[in-house]
Design a protein around this ligand. Structure first.
Ligand code: NAP
Length: 504
């Protein structure tokens, strides 16, 4: 490998100095994690920009009935901030949001937050080594480095169904739940059968007059080992934090053990896992016709495996119907399916997921030579080194970027590892007073090729449609390996993987 290139220019005068050393974009789990680490390491000249009026990311936006995390809370919380008082094994969204607010207060992050500040554009001045961010209000903010922690599942996807706008009843996406709308006694349509739908359906089914679930693809569903946590367990965790840590580690190891059956394609273990899911379906659904509708025709793990104890029972209720005929159009009265039937409803709930922005540029980002990130990412091939650094976009680090999502464990394992790596990168940049550092293209390409070579052995590319895949059928979303593999790989920032430019 050739050595890193070094270019010299004069350091900026004080008048040209940026407003901040670091800007973090996004105040969800990743952005808050980064802010905590920056503060802890004495890098206090930073700001966290958040486009919404509150912190919390997906846990602020998703307030639909039944919303909860499908990863146990002791694992879906920071390793360094374990709290002993989770109410359930799998906490609901409001409780997770409260946990995040607790972290903001405990780590004193308020004064670093700028809420209601969305970024619309970012341009790098390579001579000065400074990013200029333009906000949605037209204000400019400058910084030496940017950490983009904007999350992937942010912007709701509205299906392109003819006539949706003409529907005269209520329509809302699950991520924009209309809490003013009273579902009691209403005829409700739910479109979608993903992780969101399986939570919302059992939560609303008892109160509605009728529920029609429009299913394009049935999901694999396994039991959810959920339970409320007794007061004495909380007290025990409080008195002996090591016990909670032990439980957390045990959950981590169990989820790592599930990676094989879930992700590696067509093995005896994955077939066993399919049988386990089918038994769950057979135990909960006795009607053979309904069972037939709910059996997936793709490998388990190809789409996200869902966990629920109350989804199938809700579908078996007399006021629920699973509609498998394709939706053709929507009229002012309801939904018309391919069999010519009009399903008259009062309300349509869109549980149709999100526009995936993990491997898309979220706004205009211009790096070296004015090249846009979207142009680099539009071309087939490599996306981001370790999911965090993009060649030609210097001093810009991504949390939960391309190919860093997990399909089997807590995403926070990845974001904590990323915060550690990015911190080292920032310490290198600021400590050595570099003008910029940018990952070398051959390094990025080699990383990409290694990951994509693994993809063909995964269930993710085994032929189903999912948000994991792009329009070319490539997976730029998930990491094809154990979480432990990712964590160990990114634990040390290696400057030799980067081209660096210094000030004269
Ligand atoms: P999703 O997995 O993308 O599911 C969207 C659903 O909408 C799919 O069933 C899809 O059908 C259906 N759909 C989309 N357009 C449609 C159309 N035009 N006509 C009919 N059906 C249509 O979205 P999600 O359920 O919101 O979940 C997204 C991700 O959010 C999850 O995978 C997970 O990572 C995260 N999430 C996590 C939790 C948690 O507990 N941690 C909870 C909720 C969500 P097809 O399957 O046929 O495409």
């Amino acid at each position: 490998m050739s050595r890193s290139k070094v270019a010299l220019v004069k350091a900026p005068e004080a008048a040209e100095a940026p407003q901040y050393q670091v800007v973090v974009i996004g105040a969800g789990f990743s952005g808050l994690n980064m802010a905590i680490r920056l503060k802890e390491q004495g890098i206090t000249d930073f700001v966290v920009l958040e486009r919404a009026g509150d912190i919390g990311g997906t846990w602020r936006d998703n307030t639909y009935p039944g919303c909860a995390c499908d990863v146990p809370s002791v694992a879906y919380s920071y390793s360094f901030e374990q709290v002993p008082d989770w109410s359930r094994a799998f906490a609901g969204s409001a409780e997770i949001h409260r946990y995040m607010q607790h972290c903001v207060e405990k780590y004193g992050l308020r004064k670093w937050l700028r809420l209601g500040t969305g970024v619309a554009k970012a341009v790098f001045d390579e001579k000065a080594g400074i990013w200029t961010l333009t906000t949605e209000r037209g204000e400019t903010i400058t910084a030496r480095a940017v950490v983009s922690a904007i999350g992937g599942l942010v912007n709701p996807a509205t299906p392109d169904i003819p006539g949706l706008k003409d529907f005269k009843g209520a329509v809302f996406h699950t991520a924009r739940w209309d809490h003013q709308y009273d579902l009691k006694g209403k005829r409700v349509a739910v479109i979608g059968t993903g992780a969101t739908a399986i939570q919302v359906v059992p939560a609303i089914q008892p109160q509605v007059a009728g529920l029609k679930l429009f299913q394009r693809t049935p999901a694999w569903v396994i039991p959810k080992p959920d339970f409320s946590i007794e007061e004495r367990t909380k007290q025990l965790f409080k008195r002996i934090p090591a016990l909670q840590k032990f439980v957390r580690n045990a959950i981590y190891l169990a989820s790592e053990a599930i990676f094989g059956p879930l992700v590696i394609l067509d093995t005896p273990a994955s077939r066993l896992f399919e049988r386990y899911a089918l038994r769950h379906l057979e135990r909960q659904i006795t009607d053979p016709e309904l069972r037939r509708k709910l059996i997936p025709d793709f490998h388990i793990g190809c789409k996200r495996v869902l966990i629920s104890n109350d989804y199938y029972p809700a579908l078996a209720q007399a006021n629920t119907e699973v509609v498998t005929d394709a939706i053709v159009k929507i009229t002012p009265q309801g939904i018309v399916t391919a069999d010519g039937k009009t399903h008259e409803v009062d309300c349509i709930v869109l549980a149709t997921g999100f526009r995936l922005d993990i491997a898309n540029s979220p706004f205009e980002i211009r790096g070296l030579d004015g090249v846009k990130m979207e142009d680099m990412w539009r071309a087939p091939g490599s996306k981001a080194y370790m999911g965090m650094a993009v060649s030609g976009i210097p001093n810009w680090f991504i949390m939960l970027g391309p190919n860093t999502g997990p399909g089997h464990t807590s995403v926070l394992v990845y974001t904590e590892a990323q915060a550690g790596y990015i911190l080292q990168a920032l310490q290198t940049l600021l400590g050595r007073n570099l003008r910029y550092l940018t990952v070398r293209k051959p390094v990025q390409d080699a990383w990409h090729q290694k990951l994509q070579a693994r993809m063909k052995y995964t269930s993710w590319t085994s032929g189903c449609r999912s948000w994991y895949l792009d329009e070319n059928g490539e997976n730029h979303t998930l990491f094809p390996g154990l979480a432990t593999d990712y964590v160990l790989t990114v634990r040390t920032f290696k400057p030799e993987k980067y081209d660096m430019a210094v000030y004269a």
